[in-house]
Write a protein that binds this ligand. Structure first.
Ligand SMILES: Nc1ncnc2c1ncn2[C@@H]1O[C@H](COP(=O)(O)OP(=O)(O)OP(=O)(O)O)[C@@H](O)[C@H]1O
Length: 302
C-alpha cells in the first residue's frame, strides 16, 4: 500500500480577497523528495504553512501523517515534522549548542543527540560561540540542525539553500538524500531550480496559487517539449555537408546544428548515422531546468 505522509485535496487559501493557494491537490509519499517552485508570491510558503497546520485552508482538506493538519490531534504529530522557515530568527546571545538544546527541549528530544547533529551540519567547532557572531551560512546550518531534531518523518524546508555557499549546498542535499533513504518525506521550496538536478524525485511548479506542473524532471521535459539542439562537427575529410537535410543549420565551415524535440531526438541521431558521414563530434544541448521553468511560467493557458 502506498503511504502518503502528506495529502492535499482541493485546498484553497484566501487571505481576505487575496487567493494565495487555489484548488490544490498534492500527495507526498514516504521517502520522497519534492521541490516546490514558483515565482515570488506564487503561494509556496502558504502551502507549507497549511501542511504544518499553522493556518487553516479556506476550503479543502490537508492531511499530515494521517491527521487533519490543523486539528488538535495533529499537534502531537508535529514532533514528527521538521520545519525550516524562510527567515530564521535565532537569539543572538545564545551559543549554537544552547540554541539547539532550547529547540530539543521544545520538541521533547534528548539533548544528548545534539553534538552529533552539530557535526552533521558542519558547525560543531562553533558550538560554543554566540549565534550573533555566526555568518549567515552558519545560522542557516544551525536552523537546519533544529529542523532535523528527532529525525522527523516529514521535513518542510522553505528556501533552504538561500545564503548557502556551494559546499554547504552539497552538504544540504547530502542530508536530504540520507533523509529520503531513511523513509522521510522532504518538501523544499526554491527559486534555484538549476541546483535541483538529481536531488529531487518530483518538481511541483506553482503559478498564482495553482499547480501548473507536477512530475519528475524527465516528465517535465516531455511535457514542456522544448527544442533540443544537436551539434555536429564534421571531420575534415567528411563527405559534402550538402548531404545533411535542410533542417540542419550551418554554424561555420564544419559545424551544423539541428533543433529537434525530445521525442524526435533519437530519430534525428539515427538519421545522421544512416548518412555515413565522417563525424568528429556530436554535442546534445538539452534545455536547462531554468529554461523549462520559464516555459511553464510563461504559458498563458496555465
Ligand atoms: N498573512 C498574509 N496576509 C495577506 N496576504 C498574504 C499573507 N501571506 C501571504 N499573503 C499573500 O499570498 C500570496 C502568496 O504568498 P506566499 O508567501 O505563499 O508566496 P511564496 O510563493 O512563498 O513567495 P516568495 O517566493 O516570495 O516567498 C501573495 O500574494 C502574498 O502577498
Amino acid at each position: 500500500m502506498t503511504e502518503f505522509h502528506v495529502s492535499l485535496s482541493g485546498v484553497t487559501k484566501d487571505y481576505g480577497k487575496q487567493r494565495a493557494v487555489n484548488n490544490m491537490d498534492l500527495t507526498l509519499r514516504a521517502g520522497e523528495c519534492v521541490a516546490l517552485a514558483g515565482h515570488n508570491g506564487a503561494g509556496k510558503s502558504t502551502l507549507i504553512k497549511l501542511i504544518l497546520g499553522l493556518i487553516r485552508p479556506s476550503s479543502g482538506k490537508v492531511m499530515l501523517l494521517g491527521h487533519e493538519a490543523s486539528s488538535s490531534t495533529a499537534v502531537r504529530m508535529r514532533r514528527n515534522v521538521g520545519y525550516l522557515p524562510e527567515t530564521v530568527a535565532l537569539h543572538p546571545s545564545l551559543t549554537g549548542a544552547e540554541t539547539l538544546a532550547f529547540y530539543a527541549r521544545l520538541k521533547r528530544q534528548p539533548v544528548s543527540a545534539n553534538t552529533a547533529l552539530l557535526v552533521r551540519v558542519g558547525i560543531a567547532q562553533a558550538a560554543q560561540r554566540r549565534v550573533g557572531a555566526y555568518s549567515k551560512g552558519m545560522r542557516q546550518r544551525l536552523a537546519l540542525a533544529q529542523a532535523l531534531l528527532g529525525t522527523p518523518k516529514v521535513l518542510l524546508f522553505d528556501e533552504p539553500t538561500t545564503g548557502l555557499d556551494p559546499a554547504s549546498r552539497l552538504m544540504f542535499y547530502e542530508i536530504v538524500r540520507e533523509l529520503r533513504n531513511g523513509g522521510s518525506t522532504v518538501l523544499l521550496s526554491t527559486h534555484a531550480l538549476s541546483e535541483l538536478d538529481g536531488h529531487t524525485d518530483r518538481i511541483v511548479v506553482m503559478k498564482n496559487g495553482s499547480k501548473i506542473a507536477d512530475g519528475s524532471m524527465s516528465q517535465l521535459r516531455h511535457t514542456a517539449d522544448l527544442p533540443i539542439r544537436i551539434r555536429l562537427k564534421l571531420a575534415q575529410n567528411a563527405s559534402p555537408a550538402g548531404l545533411l537535410p535542410d533542417a540542419w543549420q550551418r554554424i561555420d565551415e564544419s559545424k551544423f546544428e539541428l533543433a529537434c524535440t525530445e521525442r524526435s531526438k533519437v530519430e534525428a541521431i539515427r538519421s545522421i548515422g544512416a548518412l555515413n558521414m565522417a563525424i568528429d563530434d556530436i554535442e546534445i544541448h538539452t534545455p536547462s531546468l531554468d529554461d523549462m521553468y520559464a516555459h511553464f511560467l510563461r504559458r498563458e493557458d496555465l
